[in-house]
Design a protein around this ligand. Structure first.
Ligand code: SF4
Length: 475
């Protein structure tokens, strides 16, 4: 067991995540004790100790600078102890490109940013360059948007044909909710209509229907949902309209035909893997052939911007499986590809009973092979985020043809524009023109309003969900 203790909670989050990245399989005990000396103490298994005295941070008037100093010292010590560096260095946040974007906006050029990330955070040259490249693309895409008067709409459909064993979303099995889908839609359409009214006069830039699996809705229910959106919002300023169809076992010709009657610009058909044994193992109820059939069907119906999602590190898979999956994806030729690295903790939970593989290096290989495959398909990286609680330094990367990037995906990461969200568990993010003081004393210009996750509660408390948002809309 590793022990981390500190006088101040301020340091704990970073110290925990940095230490976890170096020692993914070791339990870590954390303790905050205001009376302890020194300021921070870290004790590894085997007894090696490191500490930082309070006097060392005295010169920092800004607590955040002090936090960075402490994190860097611990990172350097762990790095020296293990003989390893982390590709993203001491960056623990899920949005490294946000930091790069700030530097670009402050006028720094490519070389300065790479140097800065390297020196201040220990980020490798390769990752710093990737971060810079992606931030440049994000910037170009976001410049088309209006942050003050523009906004995006998210609509959540929290049902799936079955629940994949690695799923971290709060999705519910369709079977259980089939009879109440219409009640859910009643509530959802009311919320969408209320949002539309509150936002009239503002510019709707992107729409994203996600979940869950939106195509668990029957064709007539999809028609109702898309018809409601169509009746309530103006598309005059719309840059993108995504329906994350998702699971191939929920997609039919009829549903795709409904979608194609609306100004939907982008859909997702997500295989996660093209290995049948894995699909079966993670309880996805479709075949590899289903993925191919549905993809070809969507192409034949004219969908010219199709995204596919893959996961690196699914249970039982090694780099060769991923290479085979990528080969099959290349044959299909999607317009964008999102590659997620499965949290190792989760992958490990499945137990690699049949194969003793070094997950860390296999995932690293899979991530790198994915980048090569994307390159062969002329897809460039355009957004990136990292997961919390994962071992090492893996990141999720979205690749797309130059004009087929998913703008909403960037907006979610960069938090520069208001996203109004409807549906159970949906999270509205209001970006205010300036910072205000919240009830907890924190100053922020980003207000989050979460809808309840429980579907029955959402339906029952829909008026409250609508009213809670009203108070914040464009104050
Ligand atoms: S399809 Fe996606 S949202 Fe649905 S259960 Fe599987 S991982 Fe979760």
């Amino acid at each position: 067991m590793i022990e981390i203790s500190s006088k101040d909670t301020l340091y704990m989050y970073n110290l925990y995540h940095i230490t976890k990245a170096f020692f993914p399989n070791t339990e870590i005990r954390q303790q905050v004790d205001e009376g302890q000396e020194p300021l921070v103490r870290l004790k590894l298994e085997g007894g090696s100790c490191f500490s930082i005295e309070e006097g060392e941070i005295k010169e920092f008037t800004d607590r955040q600078d002090g936090k960075r100093f402490v994190t860097k010292k611990v990172y350097d010590w762990l790095s020296q102890k293990t003989g390893r560096t982390l590709a993203w260095g001491m960056l623990t946040g899920v949005r490294p490109t946000k930091l790069v974007m700030q530097q670009i906006e402050a006028g720094m050029d490519r070389e300065e940013i790479i140097k800065f990330l390297n020196k201040e955070y220990g980020v490798s040259d390769g990752k710093a360059l990737l971060g810079w490249e992606i931030a440049q693309r994000e910037k170009a895409l976001l410049e088309q948007l209006d942050y003050v008067d523009g906004y995006s709409l998210y609509v959540g459909i929290p049902f799936c044909p079955s629940i994949c064993s690695y799923c971290s979303f709060s999705s519910s099995p369709l079977e259980k909710w089939k009879d109440r889908m219409d009640s859910y839609l009643d509530a959802l359409c009311r919320e969408i209509t209320a949002i539309g009214k509150a936002a009239s006069g503002k510019k709707l830039n992107t729409i994203y229907i996600g979940g869950g699996t939106p195509t668990t809705l029957e064709a007539h229910q999809l028609e109702r949902l898309l018809g409601t959106i169509d009746a309530v919002f103006s598309y005059e300023n719309l840059k993108e309209f995504t329906v994350e169809a998702g699971r191939p076992d929920s997609i039919t010709r009829e549903k795709l035909e409904v979608i194609s009657r609306y100004p939907v610009t982008r859909i997702s058909i997500n295989p996660q893997t093209m290995q049948q044994k894995t699909l079966d193992a993670v309880r996805r109820l479709h075949t590899v052939q289903d993925v191919k059939d549905v993809f070809q069907l969507a192409r034949s119906l004219g969908f010219d911007n199709i995204n596919m999602d893959l996961i690196a590190g699914l249970p039982g898979e090694d780099a060769l499986d991923m290479q085979d999956t990528l080969r099959q994806i290349e044959e299909l030729g999607p317009d964008s590809l999102t590659v997620h690295a499965l949290a190792i903790k989760r992958a490990a939970k499945f137990g690699q009973e049949h194969k003793e593989i070094d997950l860390h290096s296999e995932i690293e290989q899979m991530v790198s092979d994915s980048a090569d495959a994307a390159d062969r398909m002329d897809l460039v990286p355009y957004y990136l985020y990292r997961q919390k609680n994962i071992a090492g330094n893996f990141e999720n990367v979205g690749y797309a043809k130059v004009d087929k990037a998913g703008i909403y995906n960037i907006l979610i990461m960069e938090e520069k524009q208001t996203i109004l969200a409807a549906g159970a568990g949906a999270s509205t993010k209001i970006v205010l023109p300036e910072k205000i003081q919240m009830a907890n004393g924190k100053k922020t210009n980003l207000v989050r309003i979460e809808n309840v996750k429980d579907i029955t509660e959402y339906i029952g408390r829909i008026d409250e969900m609508i009213e809670r948002k009203g108070e914040w809309l464009w104050r």
